[in-house]
Design a protein around this ligand. Structure first.
Ligand code: ADP
Ligand code: MG
Length: 247
């Protein structure tokens, strides 16, 4: 089982952003993507999730062997793809609990109702793990949340939905060190042979807590370097200067 990105080319408003990106994330592995600002990291994650602003002009994304080009965002989500956004959206008027419940309900077979008691029990257990106050259940999704609270809420969604492929776009940005550790704990608790992770990060720090199996550097719409977790340390030390030398 794997999420395969094959020679992906994509444009936004006519400008090419991804320029032949290939990557394979088998279940059981954590892949980290690092790279300079504007290199296309968020674009990659949004394209996999099915964001409509981006046009795939060449290449494909295979979810366990199935091309997902024709799947809508919600279909991709139900098929097992989850994206924790770099900038999570606010959903005024919808409480966190109702949002999660609706998302889980949409995954149930026709005619089956979610068990409310079991749902709340599960949600509170997850919130306890993430050290989230219970008041966040009744607040509108992300509305007025601090940056760090939004990121924690993304991880709560991930833990509740139990996706097979988790894409985390700079979930570490805006988090203080304690929150970072809690988020990493949540991610690590979800690591499994049946689940793959793509962790996008700007800083090596997150990877001290979420140990990646592979690290890739994305620059100008392509993976230009791949390695083990030591590559992240190298980048932290010497930055992305090597990109200019080879250009
Ligand atoms: P990263 O996440 O690596 O910092 P992004 O994927 O967010 O980079 O952006 C890559 C490039 O695509 C940037 O130049 C950005 O301005 C551009 N871009 C991304 N999304 C849009 C959009 N919706 N409209 C216009 N340009 C965009
Ligand atoms: Mg980004």
């Amino acid at each position: 089982m794997s999420l395969i990105i094959e020679n992906l080319h994509a444009t936004v408003e006519g400008s090419p952003i991804l320029k032949g990106l290939s990557l394979e994330i088998p279940t059981g592995e954590v892949h980290a993507i690092m790279g300079p600002n504007g290199s296309g990291k968020s674009t990659l994650s949004k394209i996999i999730a099915g964001h409509e602003d981006y046009e795939v002009t060449q290449g494909r994304v295979l979810l366990d062997g199935v091309d997902i080009a024709d799947l809508e965002v919600d279909e991709r989500s139900r098929a097992g793809i989850f994206l924790a956004f770099q900038y999570p959206a606010e959903v005024p008027g919808v409480s966190n609990a109702n949002f999660l419940r609706a998302a889980l309900q949409s995954r149930m077979p026709e005619g089956e109702e979610i068990d409310a008691v079991a749902f709340y029990k599960q949600m509170y257990a997850r919130m306890d793990e993430l050290e989230m106050d219970r008041k966040f259940t009744s607040r509108a999704v992300n509305e007025g949340f601090s940056g760090g609270e939004k990121k924690r809420n993304e991880i709560l969604q991930m833990m509740m939905l139990e996706p097979r492929y988790c894409l985390l776009d700079e979930t570490d940005s805006g988090l203080d060190i304690d929150a970072l550790k809690i988020v990493a704990k949540g991610v690590n608790a979800m690591r499994s042979d049946h689940r793959g992770f793509l962790v996008i990060t700007h800083y090596q720090r997150l990877l001290d807590y979420i140990q990646p199996d592979h690290v890739h550097v994305l620059a100008d719409g392509q993976i230009v370097k791949s390695g083990g977790k030591e590559l992240a340390l190298e980048l932290e030390k010497s930055g992305y200067d090597f990109l200019k030398q080879s250009a």
